[in-house]
Design a protein around this ligand. Structure first.
Ligand code: PMP
Length: 444
């Protein structure tokens, strides 16, 4: 009973992601989450915290969803594990079909992994293997977007552009994988609502890189259609189309990392559908299992799949797969998620909530400390002006005060991101943004 959880973390066996132990030590009152229900977390002390980012964008249907819990229990009693290496199981096979049905035309094949990072690295490896099988083995370079986040696998981390990762490379702490370059994107969208109508020409930087490195050395371009981790950076109208066009012209594969945007966040099954651009591969994770159990994967085009399945007779085997690829528990949960999305018309609900969130966040324009506001789908971000000489300090302080006022916020640096659960009510969305308004005003 007298177990002291924060002390056990700072002094004990559990090394938290991103070494958060050190920050927890500095925090006088770290929150210990005891349970969760719907869009709320509850601390050991009994405080209720609204889940403003749906976990880490991964629990859009809310916590403890009865139909999902039931599916998990039933599957655990029926078939709790099954290797995917020599045999398979009907739950996972059916799931692949259901996912492919929702994907853009021509993307009909699903390779399962267990996280965003694994799925990104899977897609990058598939891209390399594809070119090799086609006799274009010199295509080994990957291109990502500045400020992109593609997880922490060696490939995804190398091709990503967020500052902490770049610092690890620059310092030599982690060498990363060679030959990754970045295109440049606008950081600020000048309070644009939804997609900015300017900025599509930023895609032309890809053309510059292609000329610089020679198209015949480039395997793939990977982008988040909407960049999540760097603060809801919304693609300008026409930007993704232009990337598609440049890639197609040069025989480069286009990969959409839809780990955040996949399965509803954009009011569509995929951002590809919302923005009307079909990539060669879609990477997904997070929402497919509503955060209950890990699952991720890659949806692959017919062209890529057929190339691997045909292979030259003496092709090197594409040796890739995980012990937990297509785990039946995860697959059962994913079925339940898709069922709930259909039965409760969740995509329609997201489309109804989008203007609610848009109105709410843009009403904060004019506050002294607010320097930009962006939104698309059920995602939004507010940039606050940093404290002089201490970037991130204001964001951190808003995060901590948020806990005291019933909000579990996601502040990265001085950007506050919102990705509320799809099951939120308009009232809960207004309450969340009003709460942040008060926090920003109090910080002024
Ligand atoms: N890609 C994107 C776009 C992400 O947002 C994330 C996680 N935030 C990842 C990849 C990595 O996913 P995971 O943490 O499940 O490895």
């Amino acid at each position: 009973e007298d177990f002291d959880c924060p002390a056990a973390v700072t002094d004990g066996a559990y090394w938290l992601p991103f070494s958060a132990n050190r920050r927890m030590k500095a925090n006088p009152a770290p929150r210990i989450i005891a349970r969760a229900k719907g869009p709320y977390y509850y601390t050991e002390a009994g405080e209720e915290l609204f889940d403003t980012l749906s976990g880490l964008w991964c629990t859009p249907l809310g916590h403890g969803h009865p139909r999902i819990v039931e599916a998990l229990k039933t599957q655990a009693e029926t078939l709790d594990y099954c290797t995917a290496f020599q045999v398979t199981n009907p739950v996972t096979v059916r799931l692949a079909g259901r996912i492919a049905e929702r994907a853009p035309q021509g993307l009909n094949h699903v390779f399962f992994a267990n996280s965003g990072s694994e799925s990104v690295d899977t897609a990058l490896k598939i891209a390399l293997g594809y070119h090799r099988l086609r006799g274009e083995g010199n295509r080994f370079r990957m291109i990502g977007r500045e400020k992109g986040y593609h997880g922490v696998g060696f490939g995804g981390m190398s091709v990503g552009g967020i500052v902490p990762n770049r610092k690890m490379f620059a310092s030599g702490m982690i060498p990363g994988v060679d030959h990754m370059r970045h295109t440049h994107d606008p950081a600020h969208m000048a309070f644009s609502r939804g997609q900015p109508t300017w900025g599509a020409d930023r895609a032309d930087d890809l053309e510059r890189l292609v000329a610089l490195h020679d198209a015949s050395t480039i395997a793939a371009v990977i982008v988040e259609p909407m960049q999540g981790s760097s603060g809801v950076i919304v693609p300008p109208v026409g930007y993704l189309q232009r990337l598609r066009e440049i890639c197609t012209r040069h025989g480069i594969l286009l990969i959409f990392d839809e780990v955040i945007t996949g399965f509803g966040r954009m009011g569509a099954n995929f951002a590809a559908e919302r923005f009307g651009v079909t990539p060669d591969m879609i990477v997904f994770a997070k929402a497919i299992t509503n955060g209950v159990v890990p699952m991720g994967g890659v949806i692959v085009s017919d062209e890529i799949y057929n190339t691997f399945m045909a292979g030259p007779p003496n092709a090197i085997e594409f040796c890739h797969g995980y012990t937990y690829s297509g785990h039946p528990l995860a697959a059962a949960v994913a079925h339940a998620v898709l069922d709930v999305m259909e039965e409760d018309a969740v995509l329609e609900r997201v489309r109804t909530l989008e203007p609610v969130l848009e109105e709410a966040v843009h009403a904060l324009r004019g506050l002294n400390l607010v320097s930009d506001i962006r939104n698309i789908g059920l995602a939004a971000a507010i940039d606050v002006v940093p404290v002089d000489g201490a970037p991130g300090a204001r964001g951190l302080s808003i995060f901590e005060k948020g806990l005291e006022s019933g909000l579990l916020l996601r502040c990265t640096g001085d950007t506050i991101a919102f990705g509320p659960p799809f099951i939120s009510t308009p009232e809960q969305i207004h309450a969340m943004v009003d709460g942040v308004r008060r926090l920003i005003q109090a910080a002024d």
